[in-house]
Design a protein around this ligand. Structure first.
Ligand SMILES: *Cc1c(COP(=O)(O)O)cnc(C)c1O
Length: 426
């Protein structure tokens, strides 16, 4: 068996059918914006490897931090023990996140960060004498990960909830916020989505928290919505004793053109999930942050302990990588980089508006989307990658890029040309 045959016969890939595995490239190495395939072809990674690789692949500053940490302390349990990598990263996170976020729970992946956030909300409600508040409210078209509780608040249609009936918790859903970012905010609640939100909060006394992706819904639709929805949601949650959880796993660390999507609003969440780009994409890591109210609410209730503690909690290598990535973010001009991506992609993708099957073109910070009026085949896009020199992986009706921040204007032009070609041919 060749290596690729072995892969096809024995390895499971994300969201694939083992009976009909799609085409797969074998990557031998990666550097900067490029991944190199086994036949020597170099492709621009316009996905930033699922939105993580902010400073490019194999960033020397991050890999050095990883090497230094491996030589000192690759891992140690976090029960009863701590280490400088966790403490130093914690200081940096506290400096850059919303000021009320004071308590950090380190974990291994985004989905686990969401599980932890949801558990925090339920335990908080239990501690303050509201044990009936054990369900969640969310907006449609969301995506929060693939573990059970995270899945239960993903969009019921794209998340294929019908497959898991009986196994999956039933949550409360309201429509996605109808007003797009940049549009005028109508005060009439029947036009801005707040009527449904208010009504659902009033009618249901079993909601522990409202969980959503602020400003940008990622995997659920690459949809950008109005911050006023979040400002109002904060107030409604407070009025009804419901916590507010922001899942910034996709939006965090500059991707939207602001350091966090929360920065578009004038409010702060009770619980914040971070992941994906946390380590600059170099190793899996995530965290859940919360305010003193929630942390102390749990701590002062019964049983007081928070019921979660992964084996690899606060892994020192991941902490060191994250610290290095955040230092780069602090030095690098991420604002200028994301502005460049936004303005150049908006200009170069504008011709897509004249193509027959294009529904909308939109850009925000380091995100650019051509939304088609039909589903685009990721396998067909895969087939064009070697011709365009750009790796794109469309999902649903969206052809999109979230390029590494270090992409040059030439890299970006190559990406926009590839996106236009996909929009024309697929
Ligand atoms: C990717 C993502 C997750 C899940 O993160 P994993 O690391 O894949 O478990 C959760 N929420 C959002 C918004 C995401 O984009």
């Amino acid at each position: 068996m060749t290596p690729l045959e072995f892969d096809q016969h024995h390895l499971w890939h994300p969201y694939t059918n083992v009976a009909k595995p799609g085409p797969t490239f074998r990557v031998s190495e990666a550097e900067g914006v490029h991944i190199t395939l086994d036949d020597g072809t170099k492709l621009i990674d316009a996905m930033s490897s699922w939105w993580c690789m902010l400073h490019g692949h194999r960033n020397p500053y991050i890999t050095q931090a990883i090497h230094d940490q491996v030589d000192k302390l690759p891992h140690v349990m976090f029960g009863g023990l701590t280490h400088d990598a966790a403490i130093d990263l914690g200081r940096t996170l506290l400096d850059i996140t919303p000021t009320s976020m004071q308590r950090i729970f380190y974990c291994d992946s985004g989905s686990v960060a969401v599980e932890v956030a949801m558990k925090m909300a339920v335990q908080y409600q239990h501690s303050i004498g509201q044990p009936q508040r054990s369900k969640f409210l969310t907006i449609r078209s969301g995506y929060h990960g693939d573990t059970w509780k995270a899945m239960s608040v993903c969009d019921p249609v794209t998340g294929m909830h019908h497959l898991f009936q009986g196994a999956l918790s039933i949550q409360h859903f309201v429509p996605k916020p109808p007003v797009q970012l940049g549009d005028d905010w109508p005060e009439d609640e029947s036009h801005n989505g707040l009527a449904e939100l208010r009504q659902t909060l009033e009618a249901n006394q079993d909601i522990a928290a409202f969980v959503l992706e602020p400003i940008v819904q990622g995997t659920g639709g690459m949809y950008f919505y109005h911050p006023e929805y979040l400002n109002a949601a904060r107030q409604l949650c407070d009025e009804h004793g419901v916590l507010l959880i922001f899942d910034e796993i996709a939006t965090g660390f500059g991707r939207t053109g602001k350091l966090f999507a929360t920065d578009f609003t004038n409010i702060e969440p009770d619980i914040l999930c971070l992941g994906k780009a946390l380590t600059g994409g170099h190793i899996s890591f995530a965290c859940t942050m919360t305010n003193d109210r929630v942390a102390n609410g749990i701590g002062n209730g019964k049983p007081g302990i928070f019921m979660h503690g992964p084996t690899f909690m606060a892994n020192p290598i991941a902490c060191a990588a994250a610290k290095a990535s955040l230092e780069l973010l602090g030095q690098n001009n991420w604002q200028a980089q994301t502005q460049q991506i936004e303005s150049q992609m908006a200009e170069e993708l504008a011709p897509a508006n004249d193509l027959p099957n294009v529904a909308q073109v939109r850009t925000l910070g380091g995100i650019a989307v051509i939304e088609m009026d039909h589903v685009v085949s990721a396998d067909q896009a895969h087939g064009l990658a070697k011709e365009t020199g750009v790796y794109l992986r469309p999902f649903g009706t969206k052809i999109y890029t979230m390029p590494p921040f270090i992409s040059t204007p030439d890299d970006l032009s190559q990406i926009s040309a590839a996106m236009l070609r996909l929009a024309k041919e697929l």
